[in-house]
Ligand binder design. Structure first.
Ligand code: GDP
Length: 548
């Protein structure tokens, strides 16, 4: 209300707004917000580092990941991360390149794979899929791609490690198409591999980019030779060039030409070959990201779609990270700006609590440090410190009731039952799990017919984090034990009577409520889940659920 009356009172409001809207449009157009999806060891960290090097955001290779201590030195700003030498939760890196502002959202892999990894992908406008060309499509890539598919996120593909013996490039494309069900449009094509890797041929520009190994420098210029028929090529590597010509003919005949609309619709992925560690092919990826990947797009809210260029500020929280000071229980909520211009010190409305918040202390994420943010636009991520009153999926605006949609909880893959050593601490346990559940650190299920609480996670490290946080922040010494549960599905049914029958049936023994009170079916095996689904065709079993 405050804000509305201020606006109405300002006589010069109209012209000020006009300037702002032009400025907002310009800022939105030059933004790219993306995440890297890959299986552990495919080269995500290496590529991230090279992207930052290119932009000048960091000067030295080796700063993204402290190799000795483990991982992600740059995003290591939480105590727990430093102690463990891993990144418990993902972070954000912002850098500028070619007059664009690029937000790279880290999607943790490895043991630290968690729901955050999935949810970060709901806050990006495009994704870069990195594949180890020696290994092809791997398990975690499949999972992450499926999450991208929920929003038809455009995907660029980088086939990495061409300086090693890899699989046949045509076979790799075939695997991406058949396993990931996405059309491949090769943009560059490798010339040789491993010891005889000579470079790549740019199919759209008819240029050959010559490979020289061992370039840690960002300003490394790779020599370009124009035209596949250039006689210099035959002199330089007669054998490989014959092979290349044959393959290019094959590729032109057998694969899809790049189609920008198909890419933007998430149906086709442009494919680049290279070697991240040698900085080779990285510039091509970065350019493709700026030239082809979309600027921030409209986002769906319950009442309407929100355009990124709208003047009023709006955004949603997609991730909460605990600031590991147990005395303060500080949290940082990661908010993706969806529209308007955010300015430090402005008042925004926290819609779930119907409360105005003055945002004076906000963090943004430059590649090298955490800094105070002065302004932000659609596509940017800002960090809001809070004391546990913000939840994943919360929306913020200048007053309009806009609940953004599409920020899901994902059905967990791993389960533990929880006991405590000291029964007097049961209250603290419940409170701790409730709060950690709201924060998205873990999912908490309470069996309908009693029994131990069940925790669910998409990555096993989540349990370790929860155990240590229960201890440090709530003084609860909890024991986690394996369970017979193998998967969970949220259930719903239009027909209340059928749902009641379902709850009373033998399947009812497997029902539980999650932290938000939603009913879920905890299956003991894949077969058990399938049989139950078959037996109850009117009941729907959901593998994701939206923020309540
Ligand atoms: P992440 O787990 O996906 O972040 O992968 P990393 O970036 O940590 O890379 C995993 C391993 O592959 C490291 O030992 C890298 O040095 C190595 N690596 C990354 N890119 C390349 C490449 O282009 N060629 C070769 N030969 N090794 C690479």
């Amino acid at each position: 209300q405050d804000l509305l009356s201020q606006e109405a009172a300002a006589p010069e409001g109209a012209s000020a707004a006009a300037v702002t809207s032009g400025q907002i449009a310009r800022e939105v157009t030059r933004r790219r917000t993306f995440g890297i999806i890959s299986h552990p060891d495919a080269g995500k960290t290496t590529l991230t580092e090279k992207l930052l090097l290119f932009s000048g955001a960091i000067q030295l290779a080796g700063t993204v990941k402290g190799r000795k201590s483990g991982r992600h030195a740059t995003s290591d700003w939480m105590e727990i991360e430093k102690q463990r030498g891993i990144s418990v939760a993902s972070s954000v890196m912002q850098f500028e390149y070619r007059d664009h502002v690029v937000n790279l959202l880290d999607t943790p892999g490895h043991q630290d794979f968690s729901e955050d990894t999935y949810r970060v992908l709901t806050a990006v406008d495009s994704a870069l899929m990195v594949i180890d060309a020696a290994k092809g499509v791997e398990e975690q890539t499949i999972k992450l791609l499926n999450v991208c598919r929920m929003r038809d996120t455009p995907i660029l593909t980088f086939m990495n490690k061409m300086d090693r013996e890899t699989r046949d490039p045509l076979e790799l494309l075939d695997e991406v198409e058949s396993v990931l069900k996405i059309e491949c449009a090769p943009v560059t094509w490798p010339i040789g591999m491993g010891k005889t890797f000579r470079g790549v041929y740019h199919l759209l520009r008819d240029e050959i980019l010559l490979f020289t190994p061992g370039s840690e420098r960002a300003d490394q210029e790779f020599e370009v030779i124009k035209g596949i028929d250039n006689p210099r090529l035959v002199e330089m590597f007669p054998l490989e060039i014959e092979q290349l010509k044959m393959e290019v003919e094959l590729v032109h005949g057998a694969s899809h030409p790049f189609d920008l609309d198909a890419f933007l619709a998430g149906r086709q992925t442009p494919v680049f070959f290279g070697s991240a560690i040698n900085n080779f092919g990285v510039r091509e990826i970065l350019n493709a990201l700026l030239d082809w990947a979309p600027a921030p797009r409209p986002r769906d809210a319950t009442v309407r779609a929100v355009e990124p260029t709208e003047a009023p500020f709006s955004g949603f929280v997609f991730k909460i990270q605990a600031n590991m000071d147990p005395a303060h229980r500080d949290r940082i909520a990661f908010l993706r700006v969806c529209s308007g211009r955010f300015e430090r010190g402005m008042k925004v409305k926290h819609l779930r609590l119907n409360r105005e918040v003055k945002v004076s202390s906000v963090v943004t994420f430059m590649a090298s440090s955490r800094e105070q943010v002065e302004e932000a636009y659609a596509g940017d991520i800002i960090g809001l410190p809070n004391h546990g009153n913000m939840q994943i999926g919360d929306s913020f605006s200048e007053g309009e009731l806009l609940q953004f949609t599409g920020i899901p909880y994902f059905a967990p893959d791993f389960f533990r039952s929880v006991r405590i050593r000291n029964p007097l601490k049961i209250k603290q346990l419940h409170k701790g799990l409730q709060q950690l559940g709201e924060e998205g650190a873990v999912q908490v299920f309470k069996p309908v017919h009693g029994g131990d609480l069940v925790l669910g996670a998409v990555g096993v490290l989540q349990f370790e984090v929860v155990a240590s946080r229960l201890m440090n922040e709530y003084g609860v010494d909890a024991v986690f034990e394996g369970t017979s549960i193998s998967s969970a599905r949220w259930v719903s049914c239009e027909d209340k009577k059928i749902l009641a029958d379902f709850e009373k049936s033998s399947a009812g023994g497997n029902l539980a409520h999650d932290a938000a009170g939603n009913l879920a079916y905890l299956a003991t095996s894949g077969v058990n889940l399938r049989l139950t689904e078959e037996r109850w065709p009117q009941v729907t079993f959901h593998s994701t659920r939206e923020h309540a």
